[in-house]
Design a protein around this ligand. Structure first.
Ligand SMILES: [Zn+2]
Length: 219
């Protein structure tokens, strides 16, 4: 896995969960910046606050990834809190702001190609619409959209079974196949277990796109 910012740095296995976390933060920032770029008066101050609190968290993630470090517990909590706030703000404001999805974020190909990976919070507001070709071509494919990738009937079946009695058995079997085919690191496994637990606990809107992005990245 390469660093999310497009710098080309290969990541140690233990850092892939930070990279995935950075992806979750980035995609929230992109959506809020798209809303900001509309210059609508609706919730303008709140959107500005979400962006100005999220952007330094993303920079912290990039700096930590680049340094080969891990986050401290408080840093990790602060990022988790921001993500939760951002998601609940989307649920609340999605009805009023058409570019803000209430649930799953699914970016168009054009939007993906525009993503500023170093400063996702400036993706729409910081560049002119006339110059979308500024981003280097090779980084365009590194952040698949939520729900992207080849159809995955096994994951679909798992998601469909999330609130049933069969879920545990299916989840263990699914994880077993993943381990056999793509040798995830322990940190990736820990992250995967968290997402599987999210599915069981009814947090599908967060877990499903994250799992699909992960699988798409593993290719
Ligand atoms: Zn980087």
């Amino acid at each position: 896995m390469n660093c999310i910012c497009g710098c080309g740095q290969r990541l140690a296995a233990k850092q892939s969960d930070l990279n995935l976390l950075a992806g979750e933060v980035a995609i929230e920032l992109v959506v809020w910046d798209k809303a900001r770029a509309l210059r609508s008066p609706v919730a303008a101050a709140e959107i500005g606050a979400i962006l100005s609190e999220g952007a330094p968290r993303y920079q912290l993630l990039l700096a930590t990834i680049h340094a080969g470090d891990d986050l401290g517990r408080l840093e990790r909590e602060a990022i988790g809190e921001w993500l939760a706030d951002s998601r609940s703000a989307r649920k609340r404001l999605g009805g009023e702001l058409p570019v803000v999805p209430k649930k799953k974020i699914s970016l168009s190909k054009e939007d993906q190609a525009r993503i500023d990976r170093v400063h996702p919070e400036r993706t729409f507001s910081g560049h002119s619409w006339e110059a979308p070709a500024e981003a280097p071509a090779e980084v365009e494919t590194e952040m698949p959209p939520a729900g992207a990738g080849a159809p995955d009937p096994e994951l679909d079946a798992l998601i469909a079974a999330a609130d049933g009695d069969d879920y545990e058995r299916l989840a263990v079997a699914w994880l077993g196949r993943l381990i056999a085919t793509s040798s995830p690191s322990l940190d990736e496994l820990r992250w995967l277990l968290g997402r599987l637990e999210d599915l069981r606990s009814g947090r599908r809107d967060e877990a499903e796109p994250a799992l699909r992005r992960f699988l798409a990245e593993r290719g």
